[in-house]
Design a protein around this ligand. Structure first.
Ligand code: PLP
Length: 439
């Protein structure tokens, strides 16, 4: 077993503290007449919270742990080095740099040739996309930021999945957009509870956000279920923001369809990027693909372009590499990555399912698995946050509590961990439960 001795990456970020610049006078007396006053941060910035970050930052680190630290928390496939990028992608980046002029600014929504490559890559037998249907953004996170910002008026509400990716709520806060949740049903492989979804729609609703394949669930909607969700949106004349950053990341014999391809009427803003499928979140490349067959989004297009001028396009080196990355990452590359993740899912599922206090839900794609935890069967675990905290304390395994995804009594594990490490982590989780099992 490889021992993981590195510091905890997810906790490192919380150590950001103010520092004293080199050459500046040390703290103490101000020069002559300078009146020291504290500058308050804007209310807006102080009110920006990520549910998960709050929980993670409050976790205590045990420096004296005897067992190796295993983070099952980080949604970054590069953490352990077991999922390298494709050779074709690497070559495309090198060629972009060697090719010359890729260090300057470009159009705020990205270069047309890079947008065209993304459009071609996502065109299907149902849908022909052009560069005018694509905006490149500095990440999928910023694609979501633009999409929500352009479509949701202040004080309107937007519908988010529960459990769901906490970033959505963080983004809505800054725009003064209210959030309503619709439920995903674990007993139905995390399908949407359509009746309950309808019940939360009102005249102030501006859009439905879906995430498929799902973070945190690892679930994949069937084409039929996607059509049912689209029908609900159509009945209420609402646009859909479909976060498909895990598009095509599905297990063997599972079908992926894009909301954009299946919608005949309601417009769909598909967000995606290179982060997950191409195993390179650090490249910071995202996009919005507009599926707008009846030209309902002309005003929103203008809004998106205006918003893109705030932060501008993704980095130019990657934009130059995009055509090559999309062309030269072979299907076998994706297949082998997903086969590996599926094996991990099966292993983790079988280990955790054997524990009476745990109820994992077998995923069908992406790179996560949600597991229900019945805290009432365990001593001293009042809720999922305490459970994950104690798991870290006593077993040095870190999972994210479901509360961070608005879904208490559960936790999420990441499946891109090397198999032996994942196996060890699951054994420790089960051992922890067994040691705390009542009677
Ligand atoms: C990782 C992730 C993103 C963000 O992708 P970036 O391109 O790294 O910003 C967006 N949505 C979901 C559901 C994710 O898991």
């Amino acid at each position: 077993m490889r021992l993981l001795t590195q510091s905890r990456p997810s906790l490192v970020f919380s150590c950001l503290k103010s520092s004293t610049a080199v050459g500046a006078p040390l703290q103490g007396k101000p020069s002559v007449d300078y009146q020291i006053r504290k500058f308050p941060a804007s209310e807006r910035s102080l009110n920006t919270v990520n549910l998960l970050r709050n929980i993670v930052d409050a976790l205590k680190i045990d420096k004296d742990a005897t067992k190796s630290f295993i983070p099952l928390s980080i949604g970054d496939p590069t953490t352990f080095g077991n999922f390298p990028i494709s050779e074709g992608a690497k070559r495309s980046l090198i060629e972009a740099i060697e090719g010359g002029n890729c260090h300057g600014y470009g159009p705020s929504i990205g270069f047309p040739f890079a947008r065209k490559a993304v459009a071609d890559f996502h065109s299907s037998r149902h849908v022909h996309l052009t560069e005018n249907d694509v905006l490149l953004t500095p990440s999928c996170s910023s694609a979501l930021d633009l999409a929500i910002g352009a479509i949701a008026e202040e004080k309107s509400n937007i519908l988010l999945p529960s459990p769901g990716f906490p970033l959505y709520e963080t983004l809505t806060g800054l725009y003064n957009v209210n959030v309503k949740y619709y439920n995903l049903l674990p007993e139905k492989n995390w399908e949407v509870d359509l009746n309950q979804l309808e019940s939360v729609i009102d005249s102030n609703t501006s859009a439905i956000v879906v995430c498929n394949p799902s973070n945190p669930c690892g679930s994949v909607f069937s084409p039929k279920h996607i059509r049912d969700i689209i029908q609900t949106a159509e009945d209420h004349n609402l646009p859909i923001i479909a976060d498909e950053v895990y598009s095509h990341m599905v297990f063997n014999n599972v079908e992926f369809e894009s909301f954009g391809d299946l919608s005949e009427n309601v417009p769909v803003l598909v967000t995606g990027g290179l982060a997950k499928r191409w195993l390179a979140p650090g490249w910071r490349v995202g996009w919005i693909i507009l599926h707008d067959r009846h030209d309902q989004l002309s005003s929103v297009r203008e809004g998106l372009i205006n918003l893109s001028q705030r932060i501008l396009h993704p980095n130019t080196i990657c934009q130059f590499a995009i055509p090559g990355i999309l062309r030269d990452t072979p299907p076998e590359f994706f297949k082998s990555v997903m086969a590996d993740i599926e094996e991990n899912a099966k292993l983790a599922f079988s280990k955790l399912a054997a524990c009476p206090s745990l109820k994992p839900v077998m995923p069908e794609g992406a790179m996560y698995m949600m597991t229900g935890v019945d805290v009432d069967t365990l001593w001293d675990q009042p809720d999922d946050v305490a459970f994950t905290q104690n798991l870290l304390k006593y077993q040095n395994v870190f999972c994210l509590p479901g509360s961070g995804f608005t879904y208490p009594n559960s936790f999420r594990i990441v499946l891109t961990v090397p198999r032996d490490v994942l196996s060890e982590a699951c054994d420790r989780i089960v051992e922890f439960c067994n040691m705390n099992l009542k009677q």
